[in-house]
Ligand binder design. Structure first.
Ligand SMILES: O=C([O-])CC(=O)C(=O)O
Ligand SMILES: [Mg+2]
Length: 529
């Protein structure tokens, strides 16, 4: 009872429980309460030197007493979320091996590829309903972290519990350890992962196929979230498996719905219709092109035909403006490429057409960053944008803070306070919105499970985005509800997503199971049994 984090209550075991379970002597005599335990842990957090140590402390608490961990998180979401998740989880992944203590979740490593079904057969996993899986190759904007990427599935699932009320026994973090191309990790004598360059190509595909088949057989109806896979794998796995497994990719679809929902909230504020926006997207990887495709859908829903919708978006990647005459464009970028003949009349020096040239000529009303390039939204870019529009909408979305395209305070300064600013990670700047996936994925997952959905459709994500965009704000200048409201946000989104699942013909639960009260009643709160 004391050693299992799902049953441990620490000093909160009552006298009667201590009698019945034979716990006398193993605990000090004081009988505490959840509140007194929260107060004790808070005092430790307050006394710690930095957030990374707070992160490590919270991970250990989660591995020793899950109710207390979640009660502490629930009691102060604005303070705890950034410690349990972005931005601090970034360093948690980089230094994962250094702070390794106890196992959580499953490491499915390539050398164990014939044992996947055996590993999943563990009866301790019987209740699993939600899996978050990563192969650690594109951890936030920090690149390949190998086995250290496990910090992300752990963190995201803590949010499923915190925001969507999924019971901790029902979540399963999984890291597919197929090696790492990060030499610093491989050469670190403390590295806990498989010391091998990444497995790629047919062998990688076969490994993931075996994994999906084993998950499908072991956990029918489970929701699987793909997280922080590198660009091409992110797309390929999503497309290959979304019809076979209830699954979605958070970086492509969750980020897209979050950005779209926040943009819808922003244009409510400015009063300018979506169809009038000129949108420049910086970074056309998995997140960036996911955002673009969802914006295309939203523009079509607002009345444009597809060609006209695509005309509202300019994508800029590493090599500059994405143009249709660039050889070997990946398919997601080809769909966004502009025709070079459109550049007639542009003012620019010869050569590569970078972000600044694009902004000067397009005069965007919306600028979105999903590049992982710190500082890419520099003063000249932002001043050029501000000169061409009254209320620039600027979302530097890359995570963690060390990868953000701009500091929000600079964006406000360079636009004379006129910008509507949203960042991926929290900066604590007044009036700035945190545009993070945490506003979307817990609700999408909850709604999909409540509906007994057989697939997560694009329409379900659009329903989530539209709901997010309509929820109103914290009244502090930001565009979205406050972090303290995340549980209510997840419930509202879940209801909309479940209803859309019915409309899309993928729901298996009867309609009366999808009412808000019924879904709310399933949401777990951290209290001792
Ligand atoms: O984790 C976050 O804050 C958002 C996300 O999915 C990513 O940046 O990969
Ligand atoms: Mg992610």
């Amino acid at each position: 009872m004391l050693a299992d984090p799902l049953t441990n209550k620490g000093t909160a075991f009552t006298a009667a429980e201590r009698d019945a379970l034979g716990l006398h002597g193993l605990l000090p005599p004081h009988v505490g309460t959840l509140d007194s335990q929260i107060a004790r842990r808070r005092r430790v957090l307050d006394g710690m030197a930095d957030d990374f140590h707070r992160y490590a402390f919270l991970r250990e608490l989660q591995d020793s007493n899950e109710v207390l961990f979640h009660a502490l998180v629930q009691a102060d979401l604005p303070r705890l979320l950034p410690l349990v998740y972005t931005p601090t989880v970034g360093e948690g992944c980089e230094r994962f091996s250094e702070i390794w203590r106890r196992p959580r979740g499953l490491f499915l490593s390539y050398p164990n590829r014939t044992r996947i079904a055996d590993i999943l057969a563990d009866p301790a996993l019987d209740r699993v309903k939600v899996i978050v899986v990563s192969d650690g190759e594109r951890i936030l904007g920090l690149g390949d972290q190998g086995a250290g990427g496990m910090g992300i599935p752990i963190g995201k699932l803590a949010l499923y519990t915190a925001c969507a009320g999924i019971h901790p026994a029902e979540v399963l973090p999984i890291l597919l350890d197929v090696g790492t191309d990060n030499a610093a990790r491989r050469d670190d004598p403390l590295y806990v992962g498989w010391r091998n360059p990444r497995i790629r190509g047919a062998e990688y595909d076969a490994f993931v196929e075996d994994f999906v088949a084993a998950v499908h057989a072991r956990f029918p109806g489970v929701l699987l979230q793909w997280e922080d896979f590198a660009g091409k794998n992110a797309y390929d796995l999503l497309e290959r498996y979304r019809g076979r497994l209830l699954s979605f990719n958070d970086d492509i679809q969750g980020t897209a719905a979050t950005a779209t929902g926040t943009l819808l909230a922003a244009i409510r504020r400015t009063g300018q219709p979506l169809t009038d926006q000129r949108i420049v997207l910086f970074g056309a990887g998995a997140a960036g092109s996911g955002i673009a495709e969802m914006l295309v859908r939203a523009l079509i829903a607002a009345g444009l035909d597809e060609a006209a919708a695509r005309q509202r978006i300019w994508a800029v990647d590493r090599d500059g403006l994405v143009l249709s005459d660039i050889p070997r464009l990946p398919p997601q970028q080809a769909a966004l490429a502009r025709d070079p003949t459109e550049l007639a009349g542009w003012t620019m020096a010869p050569g590569r057409i970078g972000l600044l040239e694009t902004v000067v000529n397009v005069r965007p009303t919306v600028l979105i960053g999903a590049s992982g390039q710190m500082g890419a939204f520099g003063e000249p870019v932002i001043r050029a944008m501000a000169a061409g529009c009254e209320r620039p909408v600027i979302f530097p979305l890359s995570n963690p803070i060390s990868r953000a395209e701009a500091h929000p305070a600079d964006l406000l300064a360079w636009t004379g306070g006129r910008a509507l600013v949203g960042t991926g990670s929290p900066f604590g700047v007044a009036g700035v919105t945190q545009v993070n996936n945490v506003y979307i994925f817990p609700g999408v997952g909850l709604g999909a499970l409540a509906a007994g959905a057989t697939a997560v459709t694009d329409g379900m994500f659009m329903a989530a985005a539209e709901t997010l965009g309509s929820l109103g704000d914290a009244g502090d200048g930001s565009l979205l509800p406050p972090i303290t409201a995340l549980r209510a946000v997840a419930l509202r989104i879940a209801v909309a997503v479940a209803a859309q699942a019915v409309r899309d013909g993928v729901a298996t639960m009867p309609a009366d199971a999808l009412a808000a009260e019924r879904i709310a009643a399933q949401m777990w709160l951290p209290v001792y049994d």
